[in-house]
Design a protein around this ligand. Sequence first.
Ligand SMILES: N[C@@H](CCC(=O)N[C@@H](CS)C(=O)NCC(=O)O)C(=O)O
Length: 222
Amino acid sequence: MSGKPRLHYFDGRGRMEPIRWLLAAAGVEFEESYMEKNADLKKLQRDGSLLFQQVPMVEMDGMKLVQTRAIANYISTKYNLYGKDLKERTLIDMYVEGMFDLNELLMTYEIQPADKKEQHFANMMDKTESRYFSVFEKVLKDHGKDFLVGNQLSRADVQLLEIILMIEEWKPEMFAKFPLLQSFKARISNIPTIKKFLQPGSQRKPPSDDDAVDKVMKIFYS
Ligand SMILES: N[C@@H](CCC(=O)N[C@@H](CS)C(=O)NCC(=O)O)C(=O)O
């Protein structure tokens, strides 16, 4: 045992990617065990490692942590990415819950049947722009600081940057309307731990291609 957190998931973004981002932002090294096939998921389920039979699962500090939000809360609290008091923490919760909702839409795009993809894409881009990015642009404007909450880096900044970069892969022209999100992106990307995570060869996952989506479907649905 190395003492480093061990992440159990497939070799792709999905629900584990925000957890990778938080650990990386906190400067914590981690190891990963990838499920390659349904038997790997079954094995984790059989040996009692998954409280609700689901991944993500993170082995950390002698615990087998499940439920994405609980894992992210633990890491954020432990590494001081969760605000300085209850009010800041609650604002952070409000922002990241919105981000988790958006992430759910983004994550499910790739697994849509071919005839539903176009409609799903239009819906998720519309929501990104009108429901989420316009809100975070206003939060940055009203708050007037370098970060979304308080005056220091929090998980809200890390999780928003992750989403900004994802949307940029699909629709870079969206950012013309959001100058503060653009400067936020440049600023947060330049934080040393995050800058390192953005370098090629890091544990950050690329977008899934069709083969990767096929493999994921086989792990969970065969
Ligand atoms: N609320 C859970 C949802 C976890 C979840 O749906 N995980 C999927 C993979 S991303 C899974 O394990 N599916 C298998 C199953 O539900 O049996 C979380 O946020 O961790």
